[in-house]
Write a protein that binds this ligand. Structure first.
Ligand code: 4G1
Length: 224
C-alpha cells in the first residue's frame, strides 16, 4: 500500500514513521508513506497557501491551486490513486470501511488546516471524504495517521506477534478482559478459568465475557 499525504505539517508523521507497527511495515516495504509539503506548491515568495474567506469571517481557507498542483504531481507517479479528504463531513471511519480501504493499492490523503479548504477542491479533485469522529480538532494530520494505522494493521505480513483484534470488531463485539502475572496483586485475583489449562473452556469464557462487556459498555454495537 502506498500512502501519499498532503500536509502543512509533514514532521507530525514522524510519530508513526519512526516507531511501532507502521515503522516495521515500512522497513519490510509492505507500505510506503510519502509526505508532500503543500507550501512547496505555493506560487508566492512567502510560500503562503491560505487566504481570507470570501463573504468575510474569521480564519483562513486553503486555496485551490497548490492543492490541485500537488495532486497532479502525485498522480504522475500514482495515476490510479484514490484521493481522500480527511474532514468532519466525511463518512465515519469504522472497521468495515477500513477493510474496504485495505484493498486499494494507493491512497492520497489531504489534511486540512485553519477553517479547511476551498469547496471547489472537494467538488473537483477529491474521490471521497472520511471522518474519524464528531469533535473539533486542529488539522487532518492526526486523522490521517489513524487511517494509516488502521489500514496497515490489516495488510498481510504487517502484524507479527500482535493479534489483529479485527475478528472481535467484525462481530460487533468488544475484546475480552486480559490478565497477566502476577496471579494476585493487592488482593485482586485472576479468574480461575484462565489458570485451568482447558482451552475450550477458556475460549467459551472469553466469548461470554466479550458479549457481557459489550452489553454493559457499548450496547449500541449489538443493535447495529
Ligand atoms: C465543524 C473531525 C468543524 C475534524 C464540526 C474529524 C469539526 C478530519 C477531521 C470541525 C476533522 C466539527 C475529522 C473541525 C478536521 C479543517 C482543519 C477541518 C481541521 C478541521 C465536528 C477543523 N476526521 N477538522 N474543523 O474540526 O479536519 O478527519
Amino acid at each position: 500500500m502506498k500512502f501519499d499525504i498532503i500536509t502543512l505539517f509533514p514532521e507530525m508523521f514522524s510519530a508513526i514513521k519512526e516507531e511501532g507497527v507502521i515503522a516495521r511495515a515500512m522497513k519490510k516495504s509492505l507500505i510506503s508513506i510519502k509526505t508532500w509539503q503543500l507550501r512547496d506548491f505555493s506560487s508566492n515568495k512567502y510560500k503562503n497557501v491560505d487566504e481570507k474567506p470570501y463573504g468575510g469571517g474569521a480564519g483562513m481557507v486553503i486555496q485551490v491551486k497548490p492543492i490541485r498542483d500537488c495532486i497532479s504531481k502525485i498522480k504522475q507517479s500514482s495515476p490510479n490513486t484514490r484521493v481522500i479528504y480527511l474532514s468532519p463531513q466525511g463518512k465515519k471511519l469504522e472497521q468495515k470501511l477500513v477493510e474496504e480501504l485495505a484493498t486499494l493499492e494507493s491512497i492520497t490523503m489531504l489534511c486540512g488546516r485553519y477553517e479547511g479548504i476551498d469547496e471547489r477542491v472537494i467538488e473537483n479533485d477529491i474521490d471521497f471524504e472520511i471522518s474519524i469522529g464528531d469533535y473539533v480538532i486542529s488539522g487532518g494530520e492526526l486523522a490521517a495517521m489513524v487511517v494509516i494505522d488502521a489500514i496497515s494493521r490489516r495488510l498481510p505480513g504487517v502484524l507479527g506477534n500482535e493479534v489483529s483484534l479485527k475478528d472481535s470488531f467484525t462481530d460487533n463485539l468488544l475484546d475480552c478482559p486480559h490478565y497477566t502475572r502476577p496471579e494476585v496483586i493487592d488482593g485482586q485475583t485472576v479468574p480461575e478459568v484462565l489458570l485451568s489449562g482447558n482451552q475450550a473452556k477458556i475460549n467459551a469464557w472469553r466469548k461470554e465475557q466479550s458479549i457481557k462487556k459489550t452489553k454493559q459498555k457499548r450496547p449500541d454495537l449489538l443493535v447495529k
